[in-house]
Design a protein around this ligand. Structure first.
Ligand SMILES: [Zn+2]
Length: 106
């Protein structure tokens, strides 16, 4: 079996419909680093719980509902959104980082 692939429109990561059905306008999608940890949007100092903006600009998009992570560069180059990996969003550091992300953006 190949990787699961989400639907995406026009090479635009913000148009992902995750395999679980989530979109930007539902539970939202979160920019993350190569380990799936939500990142700070260039804030300095980096807010507690979030990862710093990756120096190599290697960005990923995390679905906070199911934990699937998509690699932005793949989507932008190919117009397809294969799942890169999946993280645990129910507990642990990534769950805490998701809460920190929403606290900042709300
Ligand atoms: Zn999802």
């Amino acid at each position: 079996m190949g990787p699961e692939t989400a639907s995406v429109t026009g090479h635009d990561v913000t148009t992902i419909t995750c395999i679980c059905g989530n979109t930007v306008s539902q539970d939202g999608l979160i920019q993350a680093n190569s380990r799936g940890v939500p990142i700070a949007g260039g804030d300095s100092p980096v807010p507690a719980g979030l990862a710093p903006w990756p120096e190599d600009e290697d960005l990923y998009t995390l679905c906070p509902r199911c934990g699937r992570v998509y690699r932005d560069a793949v989507i932008e180059e190919t117009g397809t959104a294969p799942v890169a990996f999946q993280v645990d969003v129910a507990a642990g550091p990534i769950a805490e980082a998701i809460k920190a992300h929403w606290n900042l953006s709300s």
